[in-house]
Write a protein that binds this ligand. Sequence first.
Ligand SMILES: CC(C)(COP(=O)(O)OP(=O)(O)OC[C@H]1O[C@@H](n2cnc3c(N)ncnc32)[C@H](O)[C@@H]1OP(=O)(O)O)[C@@H](O)C(=O)NCCC(=O)NCCS
Length: 137
Amino acid sequence: MTPQVLAHTHAAAFTQSRPWTVAEFADLLNNRFTHVIGKAESFALFTVIADEAELLTIATHPDYQRKGLGLCRMQDWQAKAKSLGATRAFLDVAEDNHPAIALYERCGYVPCGRRKGYYPREKTGKIDAIVMVRDPI
Ligand SMILES: CC(C)(COP(=O)(O)OP(=O)(O)OC[C@H]1O[C@@H](n2cnc3c(N)ncnc32)[C@H](O)[C@@H]1OP(=O)(O)O)[C@@H](O)C(=O)NCCC(=O)NCCS
C-alpha cells in the first residue's frame, strides 16, 4: 500500500472532511508505530504503542461500501494489533458519522470521552469527536 493509493481511497471515501495528503500518509507510514492493513478498496491505518492500539483512519472506497469490507478491516487490524501486544483499542469518530459509529458499535466499541469542536464542518461549524474504546481489544 503506497501513500498515493491510501490518499486516493481516503479522498474518495471522506466527503465531509479534508482528505489526507500523499505527504501526510508518507509521514505516517515512516513512523515505526504505524501499521496499515488492507488493499486499495478498503484499508485501516493504526498505531500500536506498548499495550495501546489506536485506529487512525479506516476507509472503504464508495464503489465497495456495504459489502462487508469495513468489518473485515476492523477484524484484521485488531488481530494484528493484538499480536503486537495491544490489550485495548481506541478510536475517535465525528458525532455525525453514523455509518462509522454503527460499524464501531457492532465491533464492540463503547464511548469513553468527547472532544469538543474537534472536527471542522463547512455547513454546521465545528462538531464533537466521540472517543470510543474496546477493552479488551
Ligand atoms: C465507515 C466505513 C469504513 C464502513 O465501510 P464498509 O466497507 O461500507 O462497511 P461494511 O460493509 O463492512 O459494514 C459493516 C457494518 O457497519 C455498519 N454500516 C456501514 N455503513 C453503514 C451505513 N452507511 N449506514 C449505517 N450503518 C452502516 C452496518 O452495521 C454494517 O453492517 P450491515 O451492512 O450488515 O448492516 C465506510 O462507510 C467509509 O469508508 N466511510 C467514509 C470514511 C469514514 O467515515 N471512516 C471512519 C472515520 S472515523
